[in-house]
Design a protein around this ligand. Structure first.
Ligand SMILES: [Zn+2]
Length: 268
């Protein structure tokens, strides 16, 4: 058979859903008080920073984009430290190790606009951006305030956009990859439900929780956009998790991600 290779060659389609985990460094030196905890009440205070690529037979979805911009790496292999954040590897080479370029990505979604999730968002402006209207409105307000760095995602303003109104979105139409509205931390925070063929259903929680102890105590951080809304959202999402029989992966939780394979290996 004749095999044709072009410069625009796309990655081969997959037969079943897979999930890649990318490591985007860590956050150290956080004050537990910000999360309404004492040091003694938390098993682990530090965060890991993670982003995910979901590959479905019909396309791809990148969920979150790291905490340190790839352009801040010097290319000499040295880690980058920015305040309490540090990272030892840029994101796009990890994506490439899985076989994908940003231009291969069909959909891009952020759990929320906090800058420890948006670092390389501009790289994905050629994808269709899935975002809640309230989140987008906040991100492109005249003077957005809070844990936000608009320059990191400015290119999304002109991206093809799937705008949601506090609603869920079944990304590939078969229930295997579903963006779920989960507002409270920010006006349009979202979580991602993924049905994996071997692992089973997983809910990628974004920052619905930062620490597992938030889940067990019901406490919410001090910096929520709307703490009451967060509690309502958490109750709804917990109900969904129970009904779906899903695992919950807290994006900043070191223990959860320590057990998972990292790209180019993937979770099935
Ligand atoms: Zn975060």
């Amino acid at each position: 058979m004749l095999s044709i290779t072009t410069a625009q060659q796309r990655p081969a389609a997959v037969k079943t859903v897979r999930l890649y985990v990318f490591e985007n460094g860590s956050i150290r030196g956080l004050d537990p008080k910000l999360f309404n905890f004492t040091r003694e009440e938390l098993k682990e205070v530090d965060f890991t920073n993670i982003s995910y690529l979901i590959v479905h037979p019909k396309g791809t979805l990148m969920f979150d984009s790291g905490a340190v911009e790839d352009s801040h790496f010097k290319g000499d292999g040295a880690p980058v430290t920015e305040g309490i954040m540090s990272a030892s590897k840029p994101l796009l080479p990890q994506l490439a190790s899985a076989g994908y370029k940003p231009s291969d990505i069909t959909y891009f979604a952020l759990s929320h606009y906090h800058s420890d999730h948006t670092a390389n968002a501009n790289a994905f402006a050629s994808a269709t951006w899935i975002v809640q209207k309230a989140e987008r409105d906040f991100m492109f307000a005249d003077k957005p305030e809070g844990i936000i760095q608009p320059a990191q995602y400015s290119a999304l303003k002109g991206a093809k956009t799937k705008l949601l109104n506090n609603e869920d979105f079944d990304v590939f139409g078969d229930g295997a990859v579903v963006i779920k509205s989960a507002r409270g931390l920010t006006p349009g925070h979202q979580v991602l439900f993924v049905k994996l063929p071997k692992t089973g259903p997983v809910l990628l929680a974004g920052d619905l929780y930062h620490y597992p102890e938030e889940r067990t105590t019901g406490r919410v951080p001090t910096f929520e956009f709307n703490a009451e809304q967060s509690k309502v959202t958490r109750a709804r999402i917990e109900g969904f998790i129970k009904q779906a029989g899903a695992q919950l992966w807290i994006e900043h939780d070191i223990a959860t991600h320590a057990k998972l394979p990292k790209a180019p290996a993937f979770v099935e």
